[in-house]
Design a protein around this ligand. Structure first.
Ligand code: ZN
Length: 494
């Protein structure tokens, strides 16, 4: 059955039926990290939120081209047009090349996201690798009269744009208010208006990351990279653009203005924003000392942590809240997530060993309805907390079947296994944490099963010589093998 997703659209502030521009193919762009430090909880949330979008869209049969960029140039301090480039500053302090900073933190970002079982995007372009594309967009915006040059820099003319368009439609801001809030800066800047934003900045002599351009030796403004890379890989119009709520203004607001000014239309069909994570009720910030990196969470080394939390616990914790709700981190909340996740995984283990109830022609639980409800939850703007609550409804049932207090038919058992497999592992991307120990064991188990299945085939083909050799050689290695009615059982005698 074809699933129809209703998606909250940040601009209309309503849930709308989502239909991709091209049937069966979805273009998804998400703003990735600015790589000048380790990923923290605030990176885990968009990482996981859009991983769910990516996974579920594929789960229901779409092809997805998922572009998530790496910002490695142009993102200045305080998200403003003045100040030092975040990466250049880190490079200066550490006395290394800016691209060493970029490589180092990109590698660590990948490691953190891999631990969280966040799938890598289809394309991960870097801003510094797309300077020409950014210059082309800037030239288009200049040619269309929505930007001006000042002193070698190029600025977007927000007032001109606002004559026929609505700057602020995404974040709900009004130009008058923006002007009132920033009036103090006027007169000191080469910008005509304080709310204009940089498309190209002329580099000061000491600035390391610089490229030639028709306007000056300089570097692109922060916002133009996403317009350029979105356009390059997904086209002038694409389905979904995502990111954290903190990027709504100015970053995404400016992206809308740039695409309208360059291409004469908005590039993005639907804007999706994940809400923020607070820590013990406070906003996260370096100055507040509550900035917990993912690696510190994994090994419990931050002073605010009472214990280490596994990547899967963090993933489960994030999925327990809807992506548009705020999520408050605390030791207790993470411990509760850990308990919940263990209960879910224990039930899956029970489920996998469960047998259908003998003689049952009806189950004491409506499995077909469960399946429908799981899809409905995900179709309703990716509502993972509701999905989890439906799955926990089934967990209670699984435990009663095991205790012999409820019945399940053969067909329903197979269906239930496939629901858990699909929604827990494929859609929510949870996984049984692989310690080196259990990873080794699971491989060993598969190899021994494989050999014993070959032995069964050998016996069927009356090749007793081979069958005995497998048995004797395994016995020589310490395996105790027992033939049973349906096959075999074995254990390793240590
Ligand atoms: Zn972006």
């Amino acid at each position: 059955m074809q699933q129809k997703i209703r998606l909250y659209n940040t601009i209309s502030r309503k849930k709308e039926l989502f239909t991709p521009i091209v049937d069966g193919y979805v273009g998804l762009y998400v703003c990735g990290p600015t790589v000048y430090g380790d990923a923290h909880l605030g990176h885990a949330r968009p990482g996981i939120t859009f991983d769910i979008v990516y996974r579920y869209l594929q789960f229901i049969g779409n092809k997805v081209r998922y572009v998530r960029n790496i910002t490695d140039v142009g993102h200045l301090e305080n998200d403003a047009d003045e100040g030092e480039d975040k990466i250049a500053k880190k490079a200066r302090l550490e006395k290394v090349e800016p691209m060493e900073v970029v490589q180092h933190y990109t590698d660590r970002y990948h490691r953190a996201m891999d631990s969280l079982n966040v799938n890598r995007p289809s394309i991960e372009p870097r801003a510094s690798g797309h300077i020409i594309e950014q210059q082309e967009i800037i030239q288009k915006i200049l040619d269309n009269g929505f930007a001006y040059e000042a002193n070698g820099s190029v600025y977007f003319d927000v007032e001109k744009y606002n004559e026929k368009n609505e700057y602020g439609k995404l974040s709900g801001r009004k130009l008058e208010d923006l002007q009132a809030n920033t009036r103090a800066l006027d007169g000191q800047s080469e910008k005509r208006k304080s709310f204009d934003f940089a498309l190209w900045k002329k580099a000061a002599p000491e600035h390391i990351m610089r490229w030639t351009s028709p306007w000056s030796d300089g570097f692109p403004g922060w916002h133009v990279e996403c317009t350029a890379m979105g356009n390059k890989y997904l086209g002038e119009e694409f389905d979904i653009h995502g990111g954290g709520m903190d990027l709504m203004f100015p970053h995404h607001e400016c992206e809308i203005a740039q695409s309208v000014a360059a291409f004469g239309k908005e590039s993005v069909r639907k804007w999706m924003h994940n809400n923020m994570i607070t820590i013990n009720g406070q906003k996260m910030g370096k100055a507040l000392g509550n900035f917990i990196t993912l690696f510190e969470l994994f090994d419990g080394s931050h002073k605010l942590l009472e214990q280490a939390f596994s990547p899967q616990t963090i993933r489960f914790f994030i999925l327990q809240a809807h992506y548009r709700s705020t999520l408050n981190f605390s030791n207790d909340a993470l411990k509760a997530a850990e308990t919940g996740q263990k209960r879910l995984f224990a039930a899956i283990e029970v489920l996998n060993s469960l047998c259908a109830t003998k003689g049952a022609n009806k189950s004491d639980f409506d499995i077909a309805a469960l399946k429908t409800k799981c899809y409905e939850a995900m179709n309703d703007d990716f509502n993972t907390p509701i999905l989890i609550s439906h799955l926990f409804g089934a967990v209670r049932f699984i435990n009663s079947v095991q205790a012999g207090k409820a019945a399940i038919t053969e067909a329903d058992l197979a269906q239930l296994k496939s629901i858990f497999d699909g929604f827990v592992f494929d859609v929510m991307g949870l996984k049984v944490e692989e310690t080196p120990q259990n990873q080794e064991n699971s491989h060993l188990n598969k190899v021994v099963d494989l050999l014993l299945n070959i032995r069964i085939d050998a016996k069927k083909n009356r090749n007793f010589e081979l069958a005995d050799k497998i048995r004797n050689d395994l016995a020589g290695l310490g395996f105790i093998i027992k033939d049973t009615k349906d096959g075999f059982e074995w254990e390793l005698n240590n």
